[in-house]
Ligand binder design. Sequence first.
Ligand code: PLP
Length: 308
Amino acid sequence: MADSTSVNLFKALVGAVRMAPGRSEIVVDAATFPTDGYVAESVAGLMNVELRAATADRLDDVLGERTAVVLLNQVDYRTGRLYDMASATETVHGAGARVVWDLCHSVGVLPIELDALGVDFAVGCTYKFLNGGPGAPAFIYVRKDLQGAFEQPLAGWGGHRDPFAMAPTYEPAAGIERARAGTPDILSLLALEAALEVWDGVDLAEVRAKGLALTGFFIECVDELVGDAVEVVTPRDGMRGHQVSLRHDDARALMAELIAREVIGDFRAPDIMRFGFAPLYNRYGDALSAARALADALATLKDAPARP
Ligand SMILES: Cc1ncc(COP(=O)(O)O)c(C=O)c1O
């Protein structure tokens, strides 16, 4: 646990490029959350490598001997689509490259087998489905056998082999501790520790089953109560996270109406409303209430005078 997702992404990407001498390209998920694209662009500039875009399920055409690292999101933040981590990781490895998975929208949603799948790097936040609270610290994962070769660029005293020796030269800690930069956010970590206790003894397979059922039920309610007035952009098959995204031309105004009805989702420009379902405390009744509030909000907007 350390820093924010953006900072950990920076460390992971630089570390991955450094592990691939002679390779000259970073490939980034075309639909990525903006910070990933910005950080990747910055790393590409800093390390004098190219940047290319690709989608997680169509990597074959893009990857090649030039590719050092591929940065992918397990769940698309906009549509809620879930990508197959096993097959994408295999494809990246087949090209001799490393993969960095951004797990912000999947951690706490489903079992994620990083070790078993041989994933190289992963990062993610704890303030979404893990309920860490605003600004909760992020995490970085580096595969065990790569940790000794992981040269992260923020070589601060926190990652030193012996931080309190105050040695004049940097010597990284042997394992994942080297991913630290400076002083940990102790107050935030304490809050996160309390948030994570809720997960003790929880089976993620059950969380996943309930999340799929909740999101599926919400989609059914929306179909029934709202019909074609909105477009469901989240996949209806099992390849989704625990969010449902709906498209509507007036999504911003609709979400404001929903928030006034105490249904708090969010708006993503230009026309997406996102509804997140946390199976540990959201119920089927909540899903039905949200769909009813949506029907009500649509009726209010329809009755409102046309905007200039
Ligand atoms: C997929 C994804 N990556 C990265 C971030 C940003 O992370 P941070 O603000 O912790 O740097 C977010 C934030 O919502 C996100 O959704």
